[in-house]
Design a binder for this molecule. Structure first.
Ligand SMILES: [Mn+2]
Length: 355
C-alpha cells in the first residue's frame, strides 16, 4: 500500500512537527485512512520512526491483512496496559490524541493509567490530509456516484401520485445495494409536497400527490467512499411559482459551480449562490451552507460556507447544493458532487433532472 506510507509520512510532517513525538488516531475514518484497516475498533500510534496498529483479539487477523504498512499489535483487553509498556520501550513520554473524539471517560481512564505520559489534545489534522483525494479515492467516489445515478434512473417510475415516500426510499436503497454499493451514505431522503420544505426530512408514510415537489437526496458507498446527490422532481406539471423557485435554485447552482477553481476560497463559492438567491428575494429560505466535502465521511472538510476560508485545491470533492425551503409550501434543492480539477470543477453526478 504505497499510498498508506505516503499518508503516514504526510501526517508525521504535519502533526508531529511541534515537539509532539507521537500521537494516537482513533476516529474511525482517520484510522482507516492512515492504516487501511477497516474494523470497528483499533488505535493507530504514529511516531517519528514507527507506525503501529493496536487492536483487540477479534481484529488481529483482519488488521494484518488490511494494514501491512503498520506493525500490528494485539493489545491487552485494557489497551492502556499495552500502550504504557510500548511507550516506555519507545521512550516516549508525550502523546497527542484527538480532542474531538476522546470522551471524558477515556480521558479519566488514560490519565490515571498512563502515569508519566503527558497527553496533549490535538485538532483533527487527518481531516486536513483527507481533503485532497488521491486517484484511488477519486475512482471510488466516481463509482459510488455512478451506482447512485443508475439506481435513480430505475427508481423514477416510483416517484408518482399514490406512492408512499418510504416505499420509494426503501426501493432506492435496495437498488443501490443491488447495483454494487457496499451501503448507503445516509438514509435516503424522499420529502414530498409541504414536507419538501424540511431540508433533512426523513421519508414518511405520506403518499405523493399530483402537484407535489419531491426532494430526493441519496448517496451510495463504494469501498468506504460516499457519493451525494439531490434531485427535485414535480409530480405532474410545475405551476409558475414552482418553476420560478426551481429556476432560481438552478441558476444559483450553475453559477456557483462555475466559480469552482483551484485557489478560490470555499466561502466565495457559497457567496455566489447565496447572492443570487438573496437578490431574487429568497435569501431567508436558504438557511444552510452551499456544500460540504465528501469522502470516507458524507460530511467532511472543506465546507462551502461563508465561514470556511480554505482555498480549493485539485483533488477536493465537494457538493454544491443550494435550496429554497418555504414553510407550508415546499422546497427545491439540487445537489451535484464536484471534483476540483486543475482548471475548474468536474461534475461527478449524472442523475437526470426530469421525467
Ligand atoms: Mn449533501
Amino acid at each position: 500500500m504505497p499510498e498508506i506510507k505516503k499518508r503516514i509520512e504526510r501526517y508525521r510532517r504535519q502533526a508531529l512537527a511541534d515537539g509532539i513525538p507521537a500521537a494516537v488516531i482513533q476516529i474511525p475514518d482517520n484510522r482507516g485512512y492512515l492504516s487501511g484497516f477497516e474494523g470497528s475498533a483499533g488505535t493507530v500510534l504514529i511516531t517519528q520512526e514507527d507506525a503501529f496498529l493496536l487492536v483487540d483479539f477479534r481484529y488481529v487477523e483482519q488488521a494484518r491483512e488490511q494494514a501491512p504498512a503498520l506493525e500490528v499489535i494485539q493489545h491487552h483487553p485494557e489497551i492502556t496496559i499495552t500502550l504504557k509498556k510500548l511507550l516506555k520501550e519507545l521512550r516516549i513520554s508525550c502523546l497527542g490524541w484527538e480532542k474531538s473524539f476522546v470522551t471524558l471517560e477515556q480521558e479519566d481512564k488514560w490519565r490515571s493509567s498512563l502515569d508519566g505520559v503527558t497527553l496533549v489534545p490535538m485538532p483533527d489534522l487527518v481531516a486536513e490530509l483527507r481533503m485532497v483525494k488521491d486517484d484511488r479515492e477519486i475512482d471510488c467516489i466516481r463509482k459510488a456516484a455512478a451506482i447512485a445515478d443508475q439506481a435513480f434512473e430505475q427508481i423514477r417510475p416510483m416517484i408518482r401520485a399514490g406512492q408512499k415516500e418510504k416505499d420509494a426510499a426503501i426501493e432506492m436503497e435496495y437498488l443501490m445495494r443491488r447495483l454494487g454499493a457496499d451501503g448507503v451514505s445516509f438514509e435516503t431522503i424522499i420529502a414530498s409536497g409541504p414536507r419538501s420544505a424540511m431540508p433533512h426530512a426523513r421519508a414518511s408514510d405520506r403518499e405523493m400527490e399530483n402537484g407535489d415537489l419531491v426532494i430526493i437526496d441519496f448517496g451510495a458507498v463504494y469501498q468506504k467512499y460516499c457519493s451525494d446527490c439531490t434531485r427535485t422532481l414535480a409530480i405532474g406539471v410545475m405551476d409558475s411559482k414552482q418553476k420560478e423557485i426551481y429556476q432560481i435554485v438552478q441558476e444559483a447552482q450553475e453559477e456557483s459551480m462555475k466559480a469552482i477553481q483551484p485557489g478560490v476560497r470555499a466561502s466565495l463559492v457559497d457567496e455566489v449562490a447565496r447572492s443570487i438567491i438573496t437578490k431574487r428575494g429568497y435569501g431567508q429560505y436558504f438557511g444552510h451552507s452551499l456544500g460540504h466535502g465528501v469522502g470516507r465521511s458524507i460530511h467532511e472538510e472543506p465546507t462551502l460556507s461563508l465561514r470556511d476560508e480554505t482555498l480549493l485545491e485539485p483533488g477536493m470533492v465537494v457538493t454544491v447544493e443550494p435550496g429554497i425551503y418555504i414553510p407550508n409550501w415546499g422546497g427545491v434543492r439540487l445537489e451535484e458532487l464536484v471534483l476540483v480539477t486543475g482548471s475548474g470543477g468536474e461534475v461527478l453526478t449524472r442523475s437526470s433532472r426530469f421525467f
